[in-house]
Design a protein around this ligand. Sequence first.
Ligand code: FAD
Length: 306
Amino acid sequence: MSSTIRNADEKINMDQLIHKKVALASLCSFGTGGAADYLAIPTNLNELRISLHWAKSRQLPITMLGRGTNVLIADDGIEGLVILTTRLDSHHARGCIFCSEGGLSLDTAINIAIENSLSGLEPLGGLPGTVAGAVYGNAGANGRYIGELIEWVEYLDPAGNLLRYHNKEGGFSYKKSPFTNSDAIIYEVAFRLIPNKNSSKARLIKEQSRTERLEKGQFDLPSAGSVFKNPENISAGKLIEEAGLKGVMQNGAMVSPQHANFIVNSSRRATSQDIFDLSTLMQKRVKELFGITLEREIILLGRWNR
Ligand SMILES: Cc1cc2nc3c(=O)[nH]c(=O)nc-3n(C[C@H](O)[C@H](O)[C@H](O)COP(=O)(O)OP(=O)(O)OC[C@H]3O[C@@H](n4cnc5c(N)ncnc54)[C@H](O)[C@@H]3O)c2cc1C
């Protein structure tokens, strides 16, 4: 197996696949953070494996990045190799199974499923990010979590072996998947969807969900969605709002005046540290007032040293 990779390695122009010192702020929705030591943008499974092999042979850590809509990248950047998945975007439908490479935008995946008369994903309409990013954190909206629709996930282990995870009950839970905090690289996802000839109704549900997000102003300012997970039976946003934190600023970062669980880079000049410090203040105030520890939903990537 490794020789196949090595042979392919020779054929591929590594300068085109792997780039040194690449600024990441424009590749994440907060618009903050430093550079990747190295960035690979594979376009197929072979290039993904070669990127993995390249990093492993240099003993460099690997960080996966989709559309960067759920992460806070350290101002000092990310060590080792960052693999950006957004060009891994092929897909196909057969019967009620819709398969997508992990880098396809979730919104596009929903549109393609509807075009193929397949329903189920549309309550997630307008949710930013890639298919793999959504699977990693079991993203959800309007009462639907992506894990509910998954038949199987193909992923690479650190040695580059392609393995298949068959979804079973309990595999996915609130904002958690079998891939959360693991070193698996999600490559392809198969969804089991519901045949539905009434594509106009499915399209309407999807568009309603997207429009509601726009009307709530979710995309007006740079953010990464909800900063904290909801504690059991309580909304994190409600706790933060009751703590009087809506609109509070930390240098260039602000607790969104519209949605208390969002931090927005309102000045577009905030650093990741400003956002982190503001999130710490939110945690502290909520703990002092309600005795509840808020758990961060946004994922810290890179050199945080904490
Ligand atoms: C305005 C706004 C609204 C949002 N609303 C919601 C919402 O309603 N519900 C919700 O659940 N989330 C929401 N989010 C958060 C975010 O959109 C989702 O979590 C999304 O699914 C993340 O996808 P991504 O591609 O951006 O992942 P990224 O942010 O790029 O990565 C997230 C995590 O997944 C890992 N990862 C990415 N790709 C792979 C891979 N191929 N293999 C292994 N690991 C991988 C990364 O290393 C990182 O740890 C919102 C965000 C924004 C900005």
